[in-house]
Structure formats: C-alpha cells, structure tokens
Design a binder for this molecule. Structure first.
Ligand SMILES: Nc1nc2c(c(=O)[nH]1)N[C@H]1C(S)=C(S)[C@@H](COP(=O)(O)OP(=O)(O)OC[C@H]3O[C@@H](n4cnc5c(=O)[nH]c(N)nc54)[C@H](O)[C@@H]3O)O[C@H]1N2
Ligand SMILES: Nc1nc2c(c(=O)[nH]1)N[C@H]1C(S)=C(S)[C@@H](COP(=O)(O)OP(=O)(O)OC[C@H]3O[C@@H](n4cnc5c(=O)[nH]c(N)nc54)[C@H](O)[C@@H]3O)O[C@H]1N2
Ligand SMILES: [Mo]
Length: 806
C-alpha cells in the first residue's frame, strides 16, 4: 500500500448516529481489513445464541436478537480481529524495536495478527520466533527465581471466564495476589460504591427494565460510540414515550438522535429518533452538584408540601428550607398534582434505607448559586430534571466513565444511588442502576476471582479444591502496580491481553520503569506499545481471538462471558485461526502454570482438552452463581446471576440501602484562584477501541484525519487569545515541580462548557499523575484533570502520517 497523508478535516457533523454513515463505515473497514467476503455471514452470528459474543463492548445480548445484532463498532472490532493482515516473520525481521517505538499506536496494530510466539533478542533488538515449549520453560524458570510479591498478573477485560479462572488460580498458586485489571481504570468506582450503597457489586438493571421504564437518567456515557447496541433499547423506549434525561459534558450525537441502520424504513426515509428529551451539559466533575440540585429540588418540594399540610411524611419534622420561596411552592404544587403528593417515596425510604436525614440536610444546605457554579447548570434545569424524575413511576439510572473516572468517582456513584433511593427506584421493574461496562468480559473476570483483594476471592474454597495455601495479603491494583514498576519493586509482568503501558496514567514516565522489568510476558493478538517497550527478558505470545475456531483434544471449544447486566453467555469461535502456531488463552495459561508450578492437583491438560471441565471447576468453586453452568451455557439471553438488591435484599452492613452523603461537591483542588486552568476530560473517538486505534475519524464529532486535537469552548479560545486551529501545548496544572506536557494539539472549537476541555485517550495519558485518582477505588481521574494551555512552537498536526508497509 502506498503512504498516505490524511490532512485533518474538521467540521461539525450534521448526521444522526447510526444511519448511512454507520453502514458506510462498516463497509470501509471490511475492505481495509480484507475481510469483505466472510464479513456478512460472520456478522450474522454475532451476539446470537450459539454464535460468538462480540469482542467490543459488554452490552447485553437479548434472548430475541435483532436479525443483525451488531453495531458499527462491533463490526469494526470483528473485522480488526479476523483481518487477513499478518505481523509476520518478515515484518519483525525488518524492524528493530527501537524503530517500532517511533510508530503510532494505529500503525503497530494495523500490521495485523501476531502469528508466532517470539522472544526479544538483545543482540539484534528484534523479536524472533521461539518454540512454545522453550518459552514456557524459560518463563517458568524466571518466575520461580522471583519472589511472588515482585510479579504482577495483569488482565484486560476481554479474556473469557474460563481463561480468567485459570489465570487467577495460576497467580495464586504461584503465591501472588497482584492482579491489576483494566477494570481498575474503568468501573472500579462502581465496584467500590455499589456494595456500600445497595449491597450489589454490579448494576442491578435487567434488559426488561428498558421495556418497563418511564424515564431514564442517562449520565456520563457515550452510547453512540461506546455501546451502540444500547441505542436500540433507548430507541424502543423513546418510541413508547419514555423520557431520556441526559447529563453529559458534550453534546454527543448518539444521545441526540439516531437512525437505526437495521430499520429499512428509517434508512430509506431518513426518519430520526430524537433520543434525549432533556439534555444537560454539565461541567466535568460537576455531577455531584448537578444531582444534588435535583435531589434538593425534590426534598425541598417535599418539605414545602409537608409544611402546607399537603403531604404525609411519617414521623419526621423537616422544615422547608425556604417556605416563602414562591418558585418552590409552585414547583412543589406542579409535581404534586401529577404525583398525588408523593414527591419522595417515604414508605420505601423508611422501610429500606438509612441515612436519609443526613443526606436531606446536606441537600437543603447546598446553595443554588454554588450548585450552579460547580455543575454549570441553571437552577431551572436542575428543577426541570427533578420534575421529570418525580413525575415518572419507574426510573433507570444508566451511567459510564464520566462518573467513575473521577477523583470523586465513588461518591459520584453513591450520588446516583441516592437519587434512585429517593423514589424507590431500585428493585422494581423499570427502575434500577445500569453501570454500562466496557470490555466484553470485564465484569465476568471479577466474578471468577480476578481481584487483588483477597476478601473478594473464595480462597478457602480454592484451597480445599486444589490443596494449596493461597496468599492472604492484599495484592496490587493497577495504580499500585504502576508505582511498583516505577520504583523497581515489580520485576515480572505477565499480561493477559491489553496494552498496559498506553492505558495507565503517566505513560511517558511509566515507560522508563517498564524497561527495567526483569521479565515481561505479553499474551496478545496484535502488536502494541506494551510489546515494543519491554523488559530484559521479553516474550510476545500470540493467542487465538474469541471469534476463531478453538480446536482442542475433545473438539471445538466454547468459552463464556458475562455481560453488563450480569448475564452469562456461551460463545463459539467460527473463523479459521490466523495461524497454525497460535495457542488458545487457556492453553497458554496452562503452559505457563505447569512450567512454573510443576506437579499440582490442577488437571491443567484435561482442562485445556475440554473447556467444559473448566466450567465444572468454576461451578464447584461458585456453586450458586454457576449452577448447571454447562447446561445453561447457550440459554438465549444468557443466564442471570442472582443479585439480592434486585429483590430489595440489601447485603450491606446496615442491612439496608444506604444514603451516602458526598463530603463535598467537587474535589479538593480549586479552580477559582486559577483563572487560566481548564479541566480536561479524556475521550474516545468513534474510531477506536481503547488503545486500539482503528483509524483517524471521529465522525460524530466532525474530526477527520487527526487525533492530536483539543476541544475548547469558542469563548474560552477568544478569552485566552488563541485561535481556531492553533497549535497548543498542554501541561498538567497540579505539581509545579513535575511538569507533564503533551505538545502540539490543534484547537478545535466545540460545544463544551466554559472552563472545560476534551482531548483523546491515550495520546494525553502522559499528563496524568499516578496520584491523581479516587482514593477509594484508585480509578484514575481520566475525566477531570486541571491543565494549562500555551501556544506551541510546533506547527499544528497536519494529520497522521500513515506508514503502512506492504
Ligand atoms: N467503540 C468503542 N467502544 C467501547 C470502547 C472504545 O474505546 N470504543 N471502550 C470500551 C470500554 S473499556 C469502556 S469502559 C466503555 C467506555 O464508554 P463510556 O463510559 O461512554 O466512556 P467514554 O467514551 O470515555 O466517555 C464517557 C462520556 O462521559 C462524558 N463525560 C466526561 N466527563 C464527564 C463528567 O464529568 N460528567 C458527565 N456527566 N459526563 C462526562 C463524555 O463526554 C463522554 O460522552 O466503552 C467500551 N466500548
Ligand atoms: N486517559 C484515559 N485512559 C484510559 C481510559 C480513559 O477513558 N482515558 N480508559 C481506561 C479504560 S476504561 C480501560 S478498560 C483501559 C483499557 O486498557 P487495556 O484493556 O489494557 O487496553 P486495550 O486497548 O483494550 O488492549 C488492546 C490490546 O489487547 C490485545 N487483545 C485484543 N484482543 C485480545 C484477545 O482476545 N486476547 C488477548 N490476549 N489479547 C487481546 C491486543 O494486543 C490489543 O493491542 O484503559 C484505561 N485508560
Ligand atoms: Mo473500560
């Protein structure tokens, strides 16, 4: 292929999400990956019972799927995996790793599938093929030479339940609980907050809630790009008259309007579905204030009604904060008329919750001016959202990374629960919390024991089943692993998928520590930066992808995953593997385990020969959750995991659902004295899956040909004397002694609240200090970082140079 320079093209996108733009994009990627012929047949099996489960996002797979149960981004992910491109021997012969270090993420992965196991050769600085047995032997020897505290076992959320179960067992039998996971950077704030609030470790929503709901609060999630199949559920809901109340930093196209590419009528007529009935553009980090505003309106309306003798509040004597306030009286009256006087569900609050009074006092205490300043929303907007909420019987709370990747991520999630609890919106049809998960099996990995927290894994059971003493110490999560790598405490890093070095914060500094690892082992499908920067002994072990046929001793195997709504699904690979030299992930884990641990009670070979045996082992370990696992593997719609909170059984310390009052509205650092500080949120384009950059087109945001941009409010651009298209350097405005900088981003004027800016992940990850994370969940604050912009001496990026080799 010839070199191609694509100059950036930046202009607002006027089309809907979905529609012909989506169809065209799918066609383009199929051509690009040379998979045109097999694509249509393959895609018809995506997310279907007896088919394969999409390798992109974790959204639910319905029991009655659409004829084509995939989206534009799912199709891209499929094409990217079944591509006919190969990163083959000739490629690795040609380039040293130092040369490959200069390549952009896109170009590394675009070489295609990895096809041989390889070891880094110091003399030539190249990856050269190695036999699997020799690789396992050396990895085992090296691991045995290390203290288990010095080794980290990372998992990216794609690996199956079967692989993940084997992997955690291997790590624990080796003696380590150091199991950092992509989830630590993702929904860990949910995993920390939901158990405290409602005694569930995951969201409580089921698919049928979308059919029974009256209103959906849609917070901080970009449905059109990150989980497009969910748009079908939203579209159906809108068609039934359901209100969608959106809180987002940006006006995301998928949350505005949608043309269903699978509806011939919509495609031909171009009829669009308007998704959000109310759209609130909140400042990043402003959700606690925004939701407090909604809660305050409800609580004070309830107070007002009570004061006027119109309500029935049991055993409680709250005074309206501002009884003379005509606006509140009118507001209360307007809701009460619709709602037969029940602004709050006091029966639910009394029977099922603790902490209401403290929370209500806090809500009354926050002044509207303060809530407006922090959230960026007007009082009237928060009251409007409150009115819509109060007039709806069953309300769902759907949310994503804009809430979890925050310094106050855990409290953000508490706040979502608080709002739900005010009107009993948990554990009834059409209500519930829906945490939209990212990677296709990230939730399931936790369910089968991938965790650094010994208290969350069934250690006694593992000990009983496999006759070993599992480590009881608390292992490292992602941030702690980064610290250990930087300080040299971590000596060995095993990676089950993912691209750790690009996904974590402070990437430039991290790379220096990473090079000092004694051993780095990467199990992967495609080449990425975490492979070209490497430890002293480095292995790159290529594995089968989920879509590929996995033949073992007893025949073709299936694997399983858990979706966003806690349903388990079997998945059958179907395409011819990219190479005969690939091993499956279970086989690679077993190979390393045997070589490291020697003789154990675990029948590794039997498991690899028949994955049903692994599922039996999972069932023995978790008899309730995985009852009849093999029998139910292909149940249409999946089989559900029991979640007591769905039945209003609260597995919390208090035995109730808890109102948990955020200690403040906004994290500690203050912007008021720092007039020149902007708050950066990192974003995904419509043409990437995490660190996998499919291409340079963010269609919905009108950016084509480059990712080196920063979205700014037009007034901010003028106020600071910048110009549209100008090149700026971005520095972190936290620690003056340790300046982190990303250079030459092109300014793109955008509909984003003043004081906020947006830029792409992972290009801006060098800006994030490791310490800039939620203290409880340790989730990096990727959606809120104070930064400064200055004119750059480098010219603005002229589009990405694509250096594709033939
Ligand atoms: N195509 C595609 N699909 C994906 C992925 C991908 O990269 N590409 N990644 C997968 C993974 S691992 C994950 S975790 C999910 C991520 O999916 P999402 O949860 O959608 O995460 P993001 O795309 O990072 O952005 C979330 C949204 O939050 C908004 N936002 C930012 N800050 C704030 C804030 O402070 N408040 C509010 N209210 N909104 C804010 C942004 O404008 C954006 O619309 O998607 C999964 N699916
Ligand atoms: N600034 C910023 N940083 C972020 C985020 C953000 O929003 N902003 N989001 C965070 C989030 S939510 C997440 S989940 C993390 C993602 O972090 P990771 O999960 O570590 O990263 P991915 O980009 O998903 O990993 C891509 C690589 O996975 C490998 N791979 C793909 N398929 C398979 C497979 O089937 N098996 C194996 N073994 N390997 C495979 C390929 O080699 C590919 O290069 O990033 C986090 N980092
Ligand atoms: Mo994620």
């Amino acid at each position: 292929m010839t070199s191609k320079i694509r100059f950036p093209k930046i202009k607002p996108y006027s089309g809907p999400a979905g529609g012909w733009g989506s169809a065209k994009s799918i066609a383009e990627i199929a051509v690009r990956e040379h998979v045109t012929l097999k694509a249509p047949e393959l895609l018809s099996k995506q997310n279907k019972p007896q088919g394969y489960m999409c390798v992109s996002c974790a959204w639910a797979k319905p029991a009655k799927p659409h004829p084509l149960e995939f989206c534009e981004n799912g199709a891209k992910a499929t094409a990217w995996e079944v591509t006919s491109r190969r990163a083959d021997r000739a490629f690795f012969d040609k380039y040293t790793l130092r040369e490959l270090e200069l390549w952009p993420d896109h170009d590394l992965e675009a070489q295609g599938r990895l096809i041989h196991p390889m070891r880094w050769d110091a003399a030539t600085d190249k990856y050269i093929p190695v036999a699997w047995a020799a690789a396992f032997e050396e990895i085992g020897r090296e691991l045995r030479g290390l203290d288990p505290h010095q080794v980290d076992f990372y998992t990216s959320g794609r690996a199956s339940l079967e692989t993940s179960y084997m992997y955690q067992l291997f790590a624990r039998m080796y003696g380590s609980n150091n199991m950092p996971d992509s989830s630590n950077m993702c929904h860990e704030s949910s995993s920390a907050a939901l158990p405290e609030s409602i005694g569930a470790s995951v969201g409580t929503a089921v698919l049928s809630d979308f059919q029974n709901t009256d209103c959906i609060f849609y917070i901080a999630q970009n449905v059109g790009t990150s989980s497009p199949r969910l748009l079908h559920d939203l579209q159906d809901a809108v068609d039934r008259g359901v209100k969608i109340v959106t809180f987002n930093l940006l006006r995301e196209r998928g949350l505005e309007r949608f043309v269903n590419p699978q509806s011939p009528t919509q495609m031909v007529t171009g009829k669009e579905t308007k998704i959000s009935s109310e759209y609130y553009q909140v400042k990043n980090g402003g959700d606690i204030a925004a939701l407090f505003g909604v809660c305050k309106a409800l609580i004070e309306a309830d107070d007002t009604l009570k004061a006027s003798g119109g309500s029935r509040v049991a055993g409680e004597d709250a005074k309206p904060k501002d009884p003379d306030n005509a606006a509140m009286v009118a507001f209360a009256a307007s809701i009460a008329a619709a709602d037969k006087l029940h602004v709050l569900d006091h029966d639910f609050i009394n029977e099922h919750t603790t902490g209401f009074e403290k929370f209500a006092q806090a809500a009354r205490g926050h002044q509207w001016e303060e809530l407006e300043r922090v959230s960026g929303l007007g009082r009237d907007q928060m009251m409007q959202a409150a009115a819509t909420y109060a007039k709806s019987d069953a309300v769902m709370m759907v949310y994503g990374m804009g809430l979890t990747q925050q310094l106050m991520g855990v409290q953000n999630v508490h706040m979502v629960c608080n709002l739900a609890l005010l009107r009993g919106n948990i554990g009834k049809p059409g209500a519930n919390i829906c945490a939209v998960r990212g990677h296709s099996n990230v939730q399931g990995q936790r369910t089968v024991g991938i965790t650094e927290k010994p208290g969350l894994a069934p250690l006694d059971k593992l000990s009983e089943l496999y006759g070993f003493e599992p480590p009881r110490w608390t292992g490292r999560s992602t941030i702690e692993t980064c610290e250990a790598i930087m300080s040299g405490q971590s000596r060995g890093f095993i990676s089950l998928g993912g691209n750790f070095l690009r996904a974590v914060p402070d990437t430039a500094a991290m790379e220096e520590g990473w090079r000092k690892l004694g051993l780095s082992v990467q199990i992967a499908t495609k080449l990425n930066r975490s492979h070209v920067v490497h430890g002293e002994i480095a292995y790159l072990l290529p594995c089968l992808g989920r879509i590929e046929l996995d033949e073992q001793a007893t025949g073709p195997q299936a694997v399983s995953i858990e979706s966003s709504i806690a349903n388990f699904h079997g998945s059958r690979g179907m395409t011819k593997p990219a190479s005969t030299e690939l091993l499956s992930e279970p086989a690679i884990v077993a190979g390393m385990a045997k070589a490291t641990l020697g003789e154990t009670k675990v029948p590794w070979d039997t498991w690899v020969g028949d994955y049903a045996e692994i599922r039996d082992a999972i069932e023995r370990t978790y008899p309730e959750t995985f009852k009849d696992f093999n029998k139910r593997l292909f149940k249409p719609g999946g089989f559900a995991r029991a979640l007591p909170a769905r039945e209003r059984k609260w597995v919390t310390k208090s035995g109730k659902a808890n109102f948990l009052t955020p200690e403040r509205l906004f994290p500690e650092f203050s912007t008021s004295q720092n007039a020149d500080v902007l708050h950066l949120a990192t974003l995904r384009s419509n043409d990437q899956f995490n660190t996998t950059i499919y291409g340079y087109s963010d269609r919905f945001r009108g950016v084509e040909g480059t990712r080196k941009i920063v979205f700014m409010n037009p007034e901010d651009i003028i106020r600071w004397g910048f110009a549209d298209g100008e090149s700026v350097d971005v520095t972190t405005a936290i620690d003056a002694n340790n300046v982190r900088k990303v250079t030459a981003l092109r300014i793109v004027p955008y509909d984003i609240p003043k004081g906020c800016c947006g830029a792409y992940y992972p290009e801006t990850n060098p800006l994030f200090p490791l310490a800039h994370h939620d203290p409880k969940s340790k989730t990096p604050s990727y959606k809120l970082l104070p930064v400064r912009l200055s004119r750059s001496i480098e010219i603005p990026h002229e589009g990405e140079l694509r250096r594709m080799t033939p």
